[in-house]
Design a protein around this ligand. Structure first.
Ligand SMILES: C[S@@+](CC[C@H](N)C(=O)[O-])C[C@H]1O[C@@H](n2cnc3c(N)ncnc32)[C@H](O)[C@@H]1O
Length: 304
């Protein structure tokens, strides 16, 4: 059960979801037809030193009930691949527009600071809970980030803007923000507060990218089967008890539009198909329940 001030290490509670998505990135990276390569994902998951987590990222859990087809068909796995492509392109576009200040909210085991190309002078702030960032630092010790990477170890329900400013965030400089795989772990009021702060800290020309799964993105039967197989391997991720309800929150597309930011949306299925990946029908319905969006704060001379 969640509480307003709960905290976690990498294998616990919400922390384990960071490992879960990294395991899917490692699995995608290992495919011959991989749509992206994140060589850090396997290193990060491997640093847990657990057979269960290793089996998940290599797809070896397939033999125990989650088939390869399931892994591909499971809408969340497909969404994860789509959203990686979408947010990678979002950052490339922000860099082309001259943005050099990046803030990754709930960075978890996101290795973009290491694996993407960043122009010199780019600052990347990564925010997450202290134990999650400490695990990442241990696992990637010896690896050099490709930008000026700054850790901000803080709970995003606390005064994270102060912590960010203390680490050198420049007010007045356009920022590209990312909240990937975060919002459902916050109750609706905390989502509102977080987005309000993003708006307040954003100079004109700043951008925000986020994803959010609405309800019904996975068939109950498959959810149950997957939970059982993973639990037997010692992996406990119970999204239903980690997520806060969809109904208690505002749709961020409407929220940013109301704040007069320019909103654009991505479609995960089209994105994958445009990259030549066949999306199983079983995954399509769930993927349709997933919001991928960006929003841009207009400069004074932009028209809405
Ligand atoms: C599903 S993972 C996503 C991680 C990363 N963005 C990615 O896509 O690989 C969720 C992340 O949100 C972080 N998180 C959730 N709620 C948080 C909070 N209140 N404060 C700080 N981090 C939080 C977790 O620690 C975890 O790293």
């Amino acid at each position: 059960m969640r509480t307003d001030d709960d905290s976690w290490d990498i294998t616990e509670s919400v922390g384990a979801t960071a490992l879960g998505v990294a395991a899917i990135r490692a699995y995608e990276t290992s495919r011959e037809d991989a749509l992206f390569r994140d060589p850090y994902a396997a290193k990060l998951v491997g640093a847990v030193g657990s057979e269960g987590w290793n089996a998940l990222m290599t797809g070896a859990l397939s033999g125990q009930g989650v088939s390869d087809a399931d892994l591909r068909g499971w809408s969340m796995g497909s969404v994860l691949v789509a959203r990686t492509l979408y947010f990678d392109e979002y950052f490339a576009d922000a860099l082309r527009a001259g943005i050099r200040q990046i803030v990754i909210l709930a960075a978890g085991l996101d290795a973009r600071a290491y694996r993407l190309e960043w122009p010199s002078g780019t600052r990347i702030f990564e925010l997450d809970q202290p134990k999650v960032l400490a695990f990442k630092a241990r696992a990637l010790a010896g690896d050099e980030p490709a930008a000026d990477r700054r850790e901000v170890a803080i709970d995003l329900r606390q005064d994270w803007p102060k912590a960010l400013l203390d680490k050198g965030f420049e007010l007045g400089e356009p920022t590209a923000w990312l909240a990937e795989g975060l919002l459902r772990y916050l109750p609706g009021h905390a989502q509102d507060q977080l987005l309000e702060k993003v708006v307040e800290l954003s100079a004109p020309g700043s951008r925000m990218a986020l994803n959010l799964s609405m309800d019904g993105d996975m068939a109950d039967e498959f959810r149950e089967r997957r939970r059982k197989v993973m639990a037997e391997a010692g992996i406990h991720i119970d999204l239903e008890n980690l997520f806060y309800p969809w109904e208690d929150r505002k749709d961020p597309r409407d929220w940013f539009a109301m704040h007069r930011w320019l909103v654009t949306q991505g479609d995960p299925v089209t994105l994958l198909e445009d990259h030549g990946r066949t999306v199983p029908d079983a995954a399509k319905a769930g993927m349709g329940a997933h919001i991928l969006m960006t929003a841009t704060k207009p400069r004074g001379d932009d028209t809405l």
